[in-house]
Structure formats: structure tokens, C-alpha cells
Design a protein around this ligand. Structure first.
Ligand SMILES: [Mg+2]
Length: 175
């Protein structure tokens, strides 16, 4: 039993295993008009420059269904630009400093949708989900792909905190 001292702002509204499991129908049911996607452990390995299988086709499919897709990442601009290019030149916000509101607001503005209708899809409660909740966007959490290699001990602690939090909230099976 571990005590959880975090607020409800860390709580995702929707859970999926992978980004590519999300369908246009799911987005419609969420009330989303556009999607912001994280990079690390959401569409690529931590620090990597190549995409997970199926991500490129997923972005194409979602865009063809009428949803704007934007990258919203804390990574550096050159990497974000490179990955955005791999995805067909979609827009991106780099160095977003999630969970700060500014990146979410900028992403929504760039896609021309109210931030309330922007689904934020990411793997991290303390950045993607917290930021989305605080700004009124739709928080969608996917499972992280595998333990991060960079800053291993930092992330191990973070993942343990996430696991404890979700377990305490009754979502232990989602970690
Ligand atoms: Mg991530």
C-alpha cells in the first residue's frame, strides 16, 4: 500500500495500449477535433529518430478522417522537425515544457481548434496528462513502450510513481 499525494490532474480520461489503437471513431466519441501527439515512447523510442511501426500510416488515416495532427513535445526543435517531416510535414511544437499550458494552447491555436477539443496523446502522467488536464484538453494516455535508456534511474522513479498513482486510483491494470 502506498500513499498517493497527487491530485486528479494526473488522471487520464482515456486509456489505450498504443497510439495506433486510437480510431477516428474514438476521437469523435471523445469530442476531439484535433490530436496532439507526444514523441518519446509514444511514436518513437526515447531519443530516437525513427518511428514505431504503423505510426506514419496512423497519422495519414487520422488526417484523412478530418482531424488535425500536431506534435507536442519537450524535445529539441531539430528532432521534432525531423520527425514531423517523416509524418508528412505535420506541424509541431518543440520545447513545449509540458506540463506548462503554453505549448497546449499554441498547438490548439496552430490547428485552429478550441483547446477543449484537442486530444493530447502521450505516455507520461506528469507531463502529457497533467498538462492536458490543467489546460482543459482531453487527456489520453497510452502505455509506454519500454523502460527509457537515457536517464534510466530518473525515469524508473517516475514510472514507479505513475504506477502507484494509477493503482491507487483503481487503474492498476493500465500501467
Ligand atoms: Mg513521452
Amino acid at each position: 500500500m502506498s500513499e498517493v499525494n497527487y491530485g486528479d490532474d494526473l488522471l487520464p480520461k482515456y486509456f489505450f495500449d498504443r497510439l495506433t489503437d486510437i480510431t477516428p471513431r474514438d476521437l469523435k466519441e471523445m469530442g476531439a477535433l484535433a490530436v496532439a501527439i507526444d514523441i518519446d515512447n509514444t511514436i518513437a523510442d526515447d531519443g530516437a529518430f525513427h518511428l514505431f511501426h504503423g505510426v506514419r500510416a496512423w497519422v495519414k488515416q487520422i488526417r484523412e478522417a478530418g482531424y488535425g495532427v500536431i506534435i507536442l513535445t519537450n524535445t529539441f526543435p531539430l528532432r521534432a522537425k525531423f520527425i514531423a517531416h517523416l509524418l508528412g510535414g505535420i506541424p509541431y511544437v518543440a520545447k513545449a515544457e509540458k506540463p506548462k499550458a503554453k505549448g497546449f494552447l499554441k498547438a490548439a491555436a496552430m490547428l485552429g481548434v478550441p483547446v477543449e477539443n484537442l486530444a493530447m496523446v502521450g505516455d507520461q502522467l506528469f507531463t502529457d496528462i497533467k498538462g492536458a488536464n490543467n489546460v482543459g484538453a482531453i487527456p489520453v494516455r497510452i502505455k509506454y513502450n519500454k523502460p527509457e535508456v537515457l536517464l534510466y534511474f530518473h525515469y524508473k522513479k517516475l514510472r514507479d510513481k505513475e504506477k502507484n498513482y494509477l493503482t491507487a486510483k483503481g487503474y492498476g491494470d493500465k500501467t
